[in-house]
Design a protein around this ligand. Sequence first.
Ligand code: MN
Length: 641
Amino acid sequence: MNVKTIIDEILKHDKNANIELIKKAFKFAKEAHKGQKRMSGEDYFIHPSSAALILAGYGFDDNTIAACLLHDVVEDTDVDTNTIKNEFNEDIANLVEGVTKINLLTKVEKRVRNAEAVRKMLLAMTKDIRVVFIKLADKLHNMRTLQHMPPEKQRMTAKDALEIYAPLAYRLGLAGIRGELEDLSMKFLYPEEFNELRTKIPRRLADRRQVIDSNIRIIKRELKRHSIVAEVKGRPKHLFSILSKMKKFEKTFDEIYDVMAYRIVVKDVETCYGVLGIIHYLWKPMPERFKDYIASPKANMYQSLHTTVIGDDGYPIEIQIRTKDMNKIAEEGIAAHWRYKDMKGSVKFDRKLSWMRQILDWKKESKEAGEFIDNLKLDFFKEEIFCFTPKNDIIELPEDATVIDFAFAVHSEVGMHCSGAKVNKAFVPLNHELTNGDVVEIITKKNQKPSRTWLGIAKTARALTKIKKSIKDSANIPAKQIIKKRALKERQRESIVVVKGLPNAEYRLPRCCNPLPGDNIKGYVIKSGVVSIHKSTCNKVPKLESGPVIKKMVTWRDDFNGDLKLAVLCNDRVGLLLDMVNTIAHTGTNIKGANVKFLGKQLAECSFEVELVNLEHLKDLIRRIMKINSVIRVFIGEDQS
Ligand code: MN
């Protein structure tokens, strides 16, 4: 393949794409892979360049396509990420690094057959969704050339493609990639059925050509008679979707008639229903097959009318009716037709994707926004990691969780007697922090029990509660050690309040009364040595820890200058995050990080790490955020309750 093929494809979508960059990446990767061969005997470079061509066909940006050309360079040649950063740019280097990381992970996880977990993990590990798109193009090209691999490898790769990558592609709106991945997998996993359908479908289409053409002609004629402008198309179904249907309804191919799907695209919603009326007047509808996804769209925003009618020859005709906009979403948006119905937290997961989608759209719309987002760290999935037991059960944990948290998550008895652990077969101490994909084996001892130091190690509420409960009755060891540890952790944070007589006190702003700058405040030194700050009108003396509390004079620090975490409680709605980011950015505030947590049905908490000049700056910021539609409250700091 030559570079012109790729460039021509890119220019079809973006006249202003950076062609020099593509040429450079092409040359660089070709040179780096020089001498390497594919199993087919071809030059290795045919692989990354073919993958890049796939992405170019979808209109991806120049950095993504360049990164795709370079995607195997770090893993398979002497070139490192730093070189890519220097030769190209940081964005491309990050993308290549992301793909390399995923490759390493999926190698480790080969033995894990829980496809759902791997899919979730892939997304969780990927800070930039474009990494997943590159991975999908990589996978698709490997599937297209799979015949050169040994049979065992073929089956493994095809299974992965079917169970992990095809659903991922569909979910991310790449319906074409999904269809091809499924059909190619079928070729290796169900060769008999594949060969049967591959010969029978074209024959069926040929046999029914006249009927199909006549159906389209009839539809077009009727619509014209009603002065409706519409695009009417017939599209043969994918092999795999026909096979799925045969399996689901336990039918042979001869018993399945609809190998064709018809699509009618019109200008607006009213016309959709008008067309539906015309179709149902023309042919008899099968009532149980009618679905109105316009009135009730799918969670992924997919909208369309689906109906099946009985054609003149007695065979069913499947028809989808939608507007141009709906068609665009169906083809390019996250048009996933399936959901993780049985998975806990799946709704949250879908919401995260839809938020991410909005951000990406925003980025596409304006260059300015694009640059801003590049500098903004958005860690949608950052709060959770996925680890495995030796039996490959998945344990979901917060990001900085330790071995102790893992032990308690497995079972409280395991936690109580946890004496050590092996992570990826190597011994580690109890305070070892876990990362995505770790395989953790907990070592227990019968007479082991939780100690006070565990409180400084465990991060999850589940573990902390159990540990506290267990040591409650045991000897009162001074809490000094814990305080020291905490103080060390917080040492670089400048305080937003001044506590009289305690210049370097650690403080927290509990959410019971939510004190904000401008409010009169008071403080209590609670048992652990932390100063708990409340509104002076708050009558809830902190009950966080038992024992006496000491009241302290506290004031806001006017000259506060530094980073602060703001949490915004809000009702989730489309475009909310963008409104918030815009509002903050318009005050000239630097956002160092952003995160979204979904709390309940409609409730979300967005947190922002912001850089502040002084207290007045913070007040102004909070005022503006509170004005945003659907924001409920703003809190300073993390939830301590
Ligand atoms: Mn590759």
